[in-house]
Write a protein that binds this ligand. Structure first.
Ligand SMILES: Cc1cc2nc3c(=O)[nH]c(=O)nc-3n(C[C@H](O)[C@H](O)[C@H](O)COP(=O)(O)O)c2cc1C
Length: 326
């Protein structure tokens, strides 16, 4: 058990925010595998302030706990205002998270995302303002720093803690590293011991052993699962189960993966309608079949041929047939 302020968290798996992926349908699908905390896709503070319908949709979701809304922006005032507006749209929001890690130029160029970690004081001011404006717990998601010569995470953590942050997630890479290479867990050895709030660790969590390793080195309270669960929801169960029982669960078969792929498609369809859901799913559906010996052929077909639910069924049925005939 650990806490995000007054929220008691029973479990070690935090479902990472991933723009374009972790919408409400995705979160609902993943939850029963053992997600203790979920975070929305990042939401623009200015989008909420301008009352943009597309932005508002990110914070309006069926009742779902424990879930935080992740905001991005670069001034305490606008993020605080956005938090208040989000709560008006959805009073069920459990907490807010602030994006201090997005490396994408479009975001960084506005001073948001990982630009913030160049300015630790501003990070603290944003947390303080959002907390005061919303009266909700506020967490932050940071990176190690801008690049290897500017590793600011310790100063950022210090300012965030002084400002009353409820927990901190660290993606153990710099902005410059984007999503590539190995995360630098060695730098974060026993980091939790130096901190006063819960630590959530992120970066290349693709297997149970990756999770155990990251948690052991850093002493983190929780593990954030991102790309590793995209196409492999069972990873969440493996991690959750291990930390409850000490037992290791086997990986799932390709036939199980096909079933999961269909189930997640239906969550997206219910949420977004068939056409939009299947457009998104061209990329996501392919993630379910790594390791399958004819994966490349089917991945190509999913990318090219997926237009509606029927086309998904058709491709997956061919796959099932091939597996059963082996
Ligand atoms: C497609 C994609 C979208 C992402 N979107 C967000 C986001 O909206 N907010 C955020 O804080 N991190 C975002 N991330 C970063 C992840 O939450 C996570 O920290 C990162 O992928 C490292 O974990 P991994 O190496 O296990 O995937 C995104 C990552 C990916 C791959």
């Amino acid at each position: 058990m650990w806490n995000i302020d007054h929220l008691i968290i029973d479990g070690v798996v935090v479902l990472a925010p991933m723009a374009g992926v972790t919408s409400s349908g995705y979160r609902q699908f993943m939850k029963p595998f053992g997600v203790a905390v979920s975070v929305t896709e990042m939401v623009s503070d200015m989008g909420l302030i301008y009352d943009n319908d597309e932005t508002n949709k990110y914070v309006i979701y069926p009742e779902e706990h424990i879930t935080g809304v992740q905001l991005f922006g670069h001034t305490p005032e606008t993020i605080a205002k956005a938090g208040q507006l989000a709560l008006k749209l959805n009073p069920n929001i459990d907490f807010f998270d602030i994006n201090m890690g997005c490396p994408v130029n479009k975001v960084v160029d506005t001073g948001a995302g990982s630009s913030l970690i160049k300015n630790p004081k501003l990070c603290g001011e944003i947390v303080k303002a959002l907390k005061e404006a919303t009266n909700k717990p506020v967490t932050a998601k940071i990176r190690l720093g801008w690049d290897n010569n500017n590793l600011t995470y310790l100063e950022v953590i210090d300012e965030l803690e002084k400002a009353g942050v409820a927990a901190i997630a660290i993606h153990a890479r710099t902005r410059k590293e984007m999503y590539m290479g190995n995360p630098h867990y060695e730098l974060l050895k026993d980091l939790r011991k130096q901190m006063h709030v819960p630590l959530i660790i992120s970066g290349n969590i693709f297997t149970l052993d990756d999770a155990i390793n990251a948690k052991n080195i850093t002493g983190a309270d929780a593990i954030m699962v991102a790309r590793g669960a995209m196409g492999n929801p069972w990873l969440i169960k493996q991690i959750d189960h291990y930390y409850r029982t000490g037992e290791r669960l086997e990986n799932k078969t390709v036939l199980d993966q096909i079933k999961y792929c269909e189930e997640l498609a239906d969550y997206y369809i219910q949420e977004k309608g068939e056409a939009t859901a299947m457009r998104i799913y061209r990329g996501i559906s392919t993630k379910f079949f790594s390791g399958f010996k004819n994966a490349k052929y089917y991945k190509n077909r999913l990318c090219m041929e997926l237009t509606d639910r029927e086309s998904l069924t058709r491709i997956l049925n061919e796959m099932k047939e091939e597996i059963t005939n082996q």
